[in-house]
Design a protein around this ligand. Structure first.
Ligand SMILES: [Zn+2]
Ligand SMILES: [Zn+2]
Length: 742
């Protein structure tokens, strides 16, 4: 007889760990117990085949993440005659909870099988799939601590739950038509539409062109078919923004370039993200996306799958239901209140969404939005003994917490610029700290004194008695890539710099512990009207090229004399004209120069439109001018735009100029990065910042550095954009604390 206490740590909750252990115990004739302590599973076991059992359970079930397995002798142990699953107890919380998991193949088969008791049931799930983070209130993960607590299991579900041979043995989300959450179809105004199967009715209404709000895993989507796209965009007040679409896998190659094998795996895997793929014909489906690409995803819940069996339309537009700049709506009453006039109908259910979670977005294998399926994202790293919170920046923010060797990042939160989003940030921080049991000792935040997130950090620091640690935006970006010594290339929209100007095209040499020295940057230029220059990129163009030629160009684009005079005077007198080195703003100005974008109606519109034009053009060689100023290498962006204007005047096509400007800017950035490599003696470069999402820019930088023998690293686990900043803040604070610097 052999025996022992096996302790397995990691993501062991919500992944079917205990039933997995039970099945192995049965297989090897092991007796004993298994208990879930939150982030660890403890197995007391004995039997002849103990070693084989130990070997198998150490691997864990499919969705688990195992950090460590240890074994110790059992004390005062009386060998039981059976193997049993004990009720959970709270314990170490380092493993945190798993992210929501898309409906698995087996459950899909059940839903489609007329002989299964799960046939046609929209909320079918098992130990391998179903909602997790979005329904969890507290750990350990058991039904009574999730929003499934409202739905006591029926005798059949209870039998499946207790049956060790069943796939749903100990599946906390088990439910069926009899006992589980139920769907209902409402009018936009909230009255119940009775009498019909809600999914069947919704499919018919969608095919007829109606707009329906559908409650999903982590929030509501606004849905319609392609023919209703224009009406939807008008109603939402987002005339130009791309809309994500959902379709079956067999339809996808009709719309976008066939994903690679790895991309298919991601699309069909546990996460089911939105994937930005190039359109087959860049000019097609302009009503869905004016860009050369389209965000596509596959059905990821039972509800989606059932809807697509009834729908005649090949695709559904699925856009998050939220007012601009505010969090996605999760409650039916809020949808009626805020979107009742936009949507014709509401397909909802009675399972509460405890934690909001938007769809994740991926492009070229890189994360653009870290959310459903990926988040909470947990990374093992050693940042010392202190517990640390990072509240993120202002735009596209999320929050991160570090405790006991693990960094955990929340789903996407949004732009922390208004009270509802600030409240959502606070709620998320509360959730992260309570689920991990973290009590922040250090709170890292953006250097910008006015950000609302900075104020949240200050309030929390007071509450926890924690130390504040301001981290400069672009240094946080680079720290999110690596803690090693690198020459960081942070190409970005905007972030507050050391000198109180707006940075965003920075070469930063160093590491979190020694600090990063700014060895180069883009030319400091003016933003006439501050935020107005972001909204109206033609202002930005004048900020970079304040010349008579620019004024005449703007005049030809409809600016009247008064507006031109005000712009010129404002710029000359430096009235409300912040200084910026942002890469994003240069791309914006180029889009304005070429007449591609006059007004930004959504985040990143001018630069994304420029990228779409550049993708169709051929880059021509342009001059790269680099000056040394105060010992730093400064890439003159005004010279690039001036040459672009000359090309425009000489009648070269807009696509080629777009490609030329983008390419020259990129090569120039690579050159100032190489200069940083030479002056600092550091061997490796690291790329981050939202502009790195642009494929051509990213690949050209990496390629150009490679040609000079320099390798440039990125971090595919965290977004290039500001969704990577909160973890960079925590990493920086952790390393400074380890060195005794805070
Ligand atoms: Zn399943
Ligand atoms: Zn049931």
């Amino acid at each position: 007889m052999k025996s022992g206490k096996i302790i397995i740590r990691g993501i062991v909750q919500g992944v079917g760990f205990r039933p997995f252990v039970y099945a192995q115990a049965t297989k090897f004739g092991i007796t004993g117990t298994v208990i879930n302590h939150g982030s660890e599973v403890e197995i007391d076991a004995s039997g002849e085949k103990f070693n084989e059992f130990y070997h198998e359970v150490s691997k864990g079930p499919k969705m688990s993440v195992i950090d460590s397995v240890s074994i110790e002798p059992l004390k005062d142990w009386t060998t039981p005659t059976t193997f049993s699953i004990l009720p959970s107890r709270d314990g170490a919380r380092t493993g945190f909870v798993p992210a929501d998991i898309a409906t698995c193949k087996n459950c899909l088969n059940d839903i489609m099988d007329p002989t299964s008791r799960y046939f046609g049931y929209w909320a079918t799930s098992c130990t391998d799939c179903g909602p997790r983070y979005s329904i969890i209130k507290a750990v350990p993960y058991d039904r009574e601590r999730t929003s499934m607590d409202k739905f006591p299991t029926c005798p059949d579900c209870l039998a499946d739950y207790k049956n060790a041979d069943n796939r749903r043995h100990h599946a906390q989300t088990i439910a069926c038509k009899t006992c589980g959450p139920k769907l209902s179809l409402l009018k936009g105004t909230g009255e119940v539409v009775s009498g019909r199967d809600p999914i069947d009715a919704a499919a018919k209404l969608l095919d007829a062109g109606k707009i329906i709000a559908i409650k999903g895993i982590g929030g509501f989507h606004i849905c319609c078919i392609e023919d209703s796209a224009e009406r939807l965009k008008t109603l939402l007040g987002r005339p130009n923004q791309s809309l994500a679409v959902m379709m079956k896998p067999e339809t996808l190659p009709d719309f976008v370039v066939e994903p690679t094998k790895g991309e298919w795996e991601l699309l069909k895997g546990p996460v089911h993200p939105i994937m930005i793929q190039d359109k087959i014909d860049p000019e097609s489906h302009k009503n869905l996306s004016q860009l050369h690409n389209l965000g596509v995803m596959l059905p990821y819940t039972g509800l989606h799958h059932l809807l697509f069996t009834k729908l005649r339309s090949p695709l559904l537009i699925m856009t998050s239901a939220n007012a601009p700049g505010t969090p996605m709506i999760t409650e039916t009453k809020t949808i009626i209140e805020k979107m009742g006039r936009v949507v014709d109908y509401i397909l909802t259910h009675d399972r509460e969404i405890v934690n909001r979670c938007d769809d994740s977005v991926v492009r070229d294998g890189y994360l653009i939005r870290l959310s459903r399926g990926f988040a909470p994202l947990r990374t093992k790293m050693d940042l010392g003994n202190k517990q640390i919170l990072g509240v993120g920046p202002e735009l596209n923010a999320n929050a991160s917490v570090y405790k006991g060797g693990f960094l955990i990042t929340s789903p996407h939160i949004g732009n922390i610029r208004n009270p509802p989003t600030v409240a959502y940030l606070e709620e998320t921080i509360e959730k992260l700290t309570s689920l991990t049991g973290a009590v922040p000792e250090i709170i890292a935040h953006d250097l910008h004194p006015q950000f609302l997130s900075t104020r949240v950090a200050q309030e929390l620091a007071e509450r926890y008695g924690a130390v504040l640690c301001p981290v400069q935006h672009h240094r946080a970006h680079i720290a999110s890539v690596t803690t090693e010594e690198v020459v960081g290339i942070a190409i970005d929209g905007v972030g507050y710099g050391d000198d109180a100007t707006i940075w965003g095209g920075e070469i930063l040499a160093g590491s979190p512990s020694e600090g990063y020295k700014r060895t180069g940057h883009l030319e400091p230029v003016l933003m006439p009207g501050g935020d107005l220059a972001t909204k109206f990129p033609e202002r930005m163009l004048y900020g970079i090229l304040p010349t008579e030629d620019t004024l005449s160009l703007l005049q030809s684009r409809g600016w009247n004399d008064t507006a031109l005079r005000v712009l010129a005077q404002q710029t000359e007198k430096r009235f409300n004209t912040p200084v910026t080195t942002s890469t994003g703003r240069v791309l914006d100005a180029a889009a304005a120069l070429l007449g591609i974008c006059k007004e930004r109606t959504y985040d990143g519109e001018p630069s994304m439109m420029l990228e779409a034009y550049a993708a169709r053009g051929v880059a021509q060689p342009m001059e790269i001018t680099i000056e040394s100023r105060d010992g730093r290498d400064v890439l003159l962006t005004s010279s690039i735009l001036r040459e672009g204007m000359e090309m425009l005047n000489s009648g070269i096509c807009v696509e080629d100029i777009a490609a030329s400007i983008q390419n020259t800017l990129t090569k120039g950035i690579a050159q100032i990065a190489l200069a940083g490599i030479h002056s600092s003696g550091i061997k490796t470069a690291a790329l981050s910042g939202g502009v790195a999402i642009n494929r051509s820019i990213r690949e050209t930088i990496i390629e150009t550095l490679k040609e000079s023998g320099v390798s440039c690293i990125t971090n595919p686990r965290y977004p290039f954009g500001d969704g990577g900043v909160s973890c960079g803040q925590v990493i920086t604070a952790g390393i400074l604390a380890k060195e005794g610097l805070i």
